[in-house]
Design a protein. Structure first.
Lengths: 428, 428
């Protein structure tokens, strides 16, 4: 048996204690698979005196994650603190500078500083692995970086925020309003301290940016992700979508187009018979499409102690086995800067608007669409509520540009109350 | 750029020509991801003069796969001939003996000779990779061997023969008889030369044995797989199952029990709302369950030129990158010989039998079940057809042993015509 791989674990929340538990309970299994023991030298967290459900006495304690990262008895920094800056970034940089590899579950850190950190790692001959940062326990980074490496990827998609999918599923199945479902998720502790990270699509957008960089060989560019949260979705939209055979999901889509890289994280309608449409509750799903393989669908728990720790340990065992992959699947200096293409790929859209009760109102709406070059696939007008009536329109394929033109023009018609809702229908 | 990784491709059928196509069309992509070029030195097949849709003039030709495997300008033998013995085995052994790595899509070869070949590879310091042997384009070997390596696996399951799933789906959706659906699949060229490899569960059983070896750290043991094909499934079973909320799938299940390793490939009822239940047509699905990660579901094309070549290339790029994994995820000499446990895990069963029209007939059937310790969850008797009536029974959880006892005892009652059908209901 060769020398052990020695971990320093920074962050002892639900994921950190899950990692400690696996190292403690599966020592023999890990050694058999890795070909050498995996051990923990030292740990670090904000508070020392706290019962984390696992014994920690055998490990050295560091108050400071940077000091942990620099310890001579640590081969790999396991960074589980979170946050795009602050201690997580400082400890990661310190570990790389000290010649240690890094395993992290930190999507924000890599979505924002991924290119610089990958370059720093490679300059030191070290690696950063981040399976746990995307879709929890699903080994999607490995599938994309390694398993599907023979493919030119054509599209990657995913439902990668379990909290949003929980809220949408509860609205769908229990008829809750958005506010009620949000409050329920909050009560269950599903929401981040800043809920906008979840419901605003930011957390899922970080994950999409990481997948896109690997899939298309481009520098990670979270700033180019078009973000739209789920806050404007109403129970009416969900009911209407269901009636037409669709579900509403917060769906991330990244696609290389003739005009550049399109990255979107937004509510989309997907067919209710598709794997994405059938996804319930907090589960995650990632869809990878390549020119040779066609469509691969991966499904599993997107969060939680065990699943996330499983992903961390997959990376740790890779390092113990000597598997050393560049952060984004190819040398960081070879990643291209992608031009950002906003909504380049046309799609049909679902529109819902409130039409005032005036003669010729519907004709005005139809004319606006016609002038924007948008043709109508299906339309429904419902009975009037007081002085206005809901109108639902499904368009044929159109560009987002043409649609935005029409949405702006509706205001000037004087017959549309408030802002219309527009949801893309994604072919999945 | 370092030296190229040079392939020798043995077998130029649909998969072989798919691999050649990827190497030719994605040279830059492969070099960027692998860190070095991937090239083809030589190829081999039964017939030289045949249009395979890809130019082969640039490669040396060998009539003999063993000679190909021994060439000095070949680093990796890509074995795509198939067959558990004969040229495939000879070429694989020759390649390992000559110090070359092997990438293969050959499930039969590894299911039967996997342990000996893995030991031979390790004795030479070489590796055998076989992602393409299981579930086509789905990177399931990688997910299990590497991504989930931090888990004690609890169960692996899969629908891994697209032809069988196609036949069952056609019976279900188009109301075809088994014979009609079989003839249709045959006409479409979906069946192996020996159809029993498909419909008898042998091909899928090979794949299950490979997954079980990795999941449980045991020597691959195809002989211990309990095999039951789909030939006895009738349209009645499919209709009755659907009526109770189930689909019938040819499902492989491997599970470590207190009594040993259980490996089954047999028709099972699964809930129609589960991912396995929703799987239509030729698509494959593998379900991996681990103690930390919970349940991971992988779905994709299980066959075809592009998907299978994608899997082959994933292995090739691993080798080009220097990733060298033991065949079954840990050194072959450390794999345990598992005791085979026949049907150790209890389950509910679906029973269908033809009951003769005699007073007390149903009571006799119920008594047989009771005497075997099997309790009845649901029962339906239908109207008599001539002198007998179909009876359907869903039991509570029972062992296969108790069930076999009851099945044997039915004959002696004199009220059951022919052999009853018994299909396990798997909790998925």
């Amino acid at each position: 048996m060769t020398s052990p791989l020695r971990l320093g674990i920074a962050g002892l929340g639900t994921v950190g204690s899950g990692v400690v538990r696996i190292v403690q309970t599966h020592a023999d299994l890990l050694a058999a698979r890795a070909g050498r023991p995996v051990t923990i030298s030292a740990v670090s967290a904000r508070t020392r005196d706290k019962d984390r459900g696992v014994p920690l006495d055998a490990y050295e304690w560091e108050d400071d994650a940077v000091a942990l990262a620099r310890r001579d008895d640590v081969d790999v920094l396991v960074e589980l603190m979170g946050g795009s800056d602050g201690p997580a970034k400082a400890a990661t940089e310190a570990a790389l500078a000290a010649g240690k590899d890094v395993v992290t579950a930190n999507k924000a850190l890599l979505a924002i500083h991924g290119q610089a950190l990958a370059e720093a790692a490679e300059a030191q001959g070290r690696v950063i692995r981040f399976e746990a940062a995307v879709a929890g326990g699903i080994p999607v980074i490995k599938a994309l970086t390694e398993g599907l490496a023979g493919n030119a990827m054509t599209r990657v998609m995913g439902v990668m925020n379990g909290t949003c999918n929980y809220i949408l599923t509860r609205m769908e199945n229990a008829g809750l309003t958005y506010a009620e479902a949000f409050a329920e998720a909050d009560g269950l502790g599903y929401l981040e301290a800043d809920p906008e990270l979840d419901v605003g699509g930011i957390d899922a957008g970080h994950k999409l940016a990481l997948l896109a960089a690997i899939a298309f060989g481009t520098q990670v560019d979270f700033g180019a992700v078009e973000l739209e949260g789920i806050g404007a979705i109403t129970i009416d939209d969900i009911v209407q979508a269901a009636d037409m055979g669709y579900k509403i999901k917060l769906l991330g889509v990244a696609q290389m187009t003739g005009r550049g890289l399109e990255q979107r994280m937004s509510p989309c309608l997907v067919p209710d018979t598709s794997p994405l449409g059938q996804l319930q509750g907090g589960t995650n799903m990632v869809v990878l499409e390549g020119d040779a393989v066609g469509q691969i669908v991966l499904r599993g728990a997107g969060a939680g102690s065990g699943p996330t720790a499983s992903a961390v340990m997959g990376d740790v065992i890779d390092l113990a086995r000597g598997v050393r992959m560049p952060t984004f699947g190819q040398p960081a200096t070879s990643l291209r800067k992608a031009r950002a293409a906003r909504a380049a790929v046309p799609a049909p859209y679902y529109l819902r608007m409130q039409l005032v009760d005036k003669p010729g109102a519907l004709a005005k709406v139809a004319r606006v669409l016609g002038e924007a070059g948008i043709s109508i696939d299906r339309m429904r007008q419902y009975g009037h509520q007081d002085t206005s009536a809901p109108v639902l329109i499904v368009t044929h394929k159109t560009t987002r540009g043409a649609l935005d033109e029409a949405l702006a023009a509706f205001a000037a018609t004087g017959v549309v109350e408030g802002a219309p809702v527009a949801i893309r229908i994604e072919a999945v």
